[in-house]
Every structure is written in structure tokens, then in C-alpha cells.
Design a protein around this ligand. Structure first.
Ligand code: ITT
Length: 195
């Protein structure tokens, strides 16, 4: 099935294609000629996920889904959370965000480095929203390791693969346990049953 994935993040797109497999053909907003940045002005993952999906649905009238994700670090009171993409400021790089996060954690020596990735996927089909949640627990490493993935992957150590980071394990291993994998498998199962 052909469906729009309302994202501009190519790391998310690669993972979603792999997780959903051959039964899905994912189309990006850019491929539909929608090149502006999709607004994300909510203060929860769910609100932003819905906002991105609705924006694309309003422009195209086609079924679509969106993914809003965040990294919650306990020693930082849950930051960067919903603000994970722009933690180090507008237009910052993934590496700028990692640098900022490691710097903030240096101010909390001795505190647990526990953290989790959360995702809320919103599927809009026939204009109706359906939500799917995913979470993966882990810890923040003291330094970057590995080359795979994107975003905070080089410093996130999922409990299931400790002491390896998400950037050190295989793509299939990450997808099998990840926040995004959980959401998208649940979405595919829901679609198989209901559409
Ligand atoms: P969209 O176009 O889909 O909105 P985005 O990059 O702006 O892409 P979010 O608003 O969901 O995405 O921001 C989440 C940020 O959290 C993202 O930019 C990454 O830096 C990080 N992130 C999300 N999922 C991740 C993952 O699986 N591994 C590492 N970092 C991740």
C-alpha cells in the first residue's frame, strides 16, 4: 500500500521502510511537492504527531502517518523530551544536540543516566486519527560510539544491548526493540485488521 509518511527526517524514513517492509510504499511530503517545514507547535509528542499528520492530510486529502519522538533523560527532569530535535537551538545538527546533552549531564555527576526514547505515531485514515505509542528504556553513555542510525543514537545504550549504543548494533536489532519499531508494527497490525 502507498501511504505518505509526514517526515523530513531521512533516518526515520529509512527505519520505517525497513520496519514496514515490502507491503508498504512510503511517500514523503517532499516527493508530493510539499517542501516547507511542517509546523510542530505542540508541547506533547501526541499533539505534534497529530499536527504533522493533519497538516499533510489537509494539503493532500490522502491517508498519511507522522512520527513524533523524544529522548527523556531522568537526571535532566525529562529533557530534552518533546524538544529533542532543537535542543541545541534552531538549525542545530544532531552532533550539536549530543554535545549539549553530554554537557548538561556533566552538571549532574553521580546521578543515574537512565533515559528513554518515546514515539507517538499518528495514522490519519479517512480523516480519523489513530495513535500508536512506543518506548525503549536505556542509559546515556559518557561518549559517542558507533556510526549507524541518526540523532542521539551514538550515546543511547538500550538496556537490551548494553553496553552497546544504538549506533553500534545492527539496524534490524534496533528496529526490533525501538520506540519506532513498536509503533509502526502496531500500526501495520491495526491496518491489516481494520482497512
Ligand atoms: P520530522 O520531520 O519527522 O518531524 P524531526 O527530526 O523534526 O523529524 P522529531 O520532531 O520527532 O523529528 O524530533 C525528534 C528528534 O529526536 C530527532 O530530530 C532526533 O534527533 C531524535 N530522535 C528521534 N528518534 C530517534 C532515534 O530513533 N534515534 C536517535 N535519535 C532520535
Amino acid at each position: 500500500m502507498k501511504i505518505i509518511f509526514a517526515t523530513g527526517n531521512m533516518g526515520k524514513l529509512a527505519e520505517a521502510s525497513e520496519i514496514l517492509g515490502q507491503g508498504f510504499e512510503l511517500v514523503t511530503p517532499a516527493q508530493m511537492g510539499i517542501t516547507e517545514e511542517i509546523p510542530e507547535t505542540g508541547d506533547t509528542l501526541r499533539a505534534n504527531s497529530l499536527q504533522k499528520a493533519e497538516y499533510i492530510y489537509q494539503k493532500t486529502g490522502l491517508d498519511c502517518f507522522a512520527d513524533d519522538s523524544g529522548l527523556e533523560v531522568d537526571a535532566l527532569g525529562g529533557a530534552p523530551g518533546v524538544y529533542s530535535a532543537r535542543y541545541a537551538g534552531d538549525q542545530c545538527s544532531f552532533d550539536d544536540n549530543i554535545e549539549k546533552l553530554l554537557g548538561e549531564l556533566e552538571k549532574h555527576p553521580g546521578e543515574p543516566r537512565t533515559a528513554r526514547f518515546r514515539t507517538v505515531v499518528t495514522l490519519l485514515t479517512g480523516g480519523e486519527p489513530h495513535f500508536f505509542d512506543g518506548v525503549v528504556e536505556g542509559k546515556i553513555a559518557f561518549e559517542r560510539s558507533g556510526t549507524r542510525g541518526f540523532g542521539y543514537d551514538p550515546i543511547f545504550v538500550p538496556d537490551a544491548f548494553a553496553p552497546k549504543t544504538f549506533s553500534e548494533i545492527g539496524v534490524e536489532e534496533k528496529n526490533a526493540i525501538s520506540h519506532r519499531g513498536q509503533c509502526l508494527r502496531a500500526m501495520a497490525a491495526w491496518m491489516a485488521e481494520n482497512l
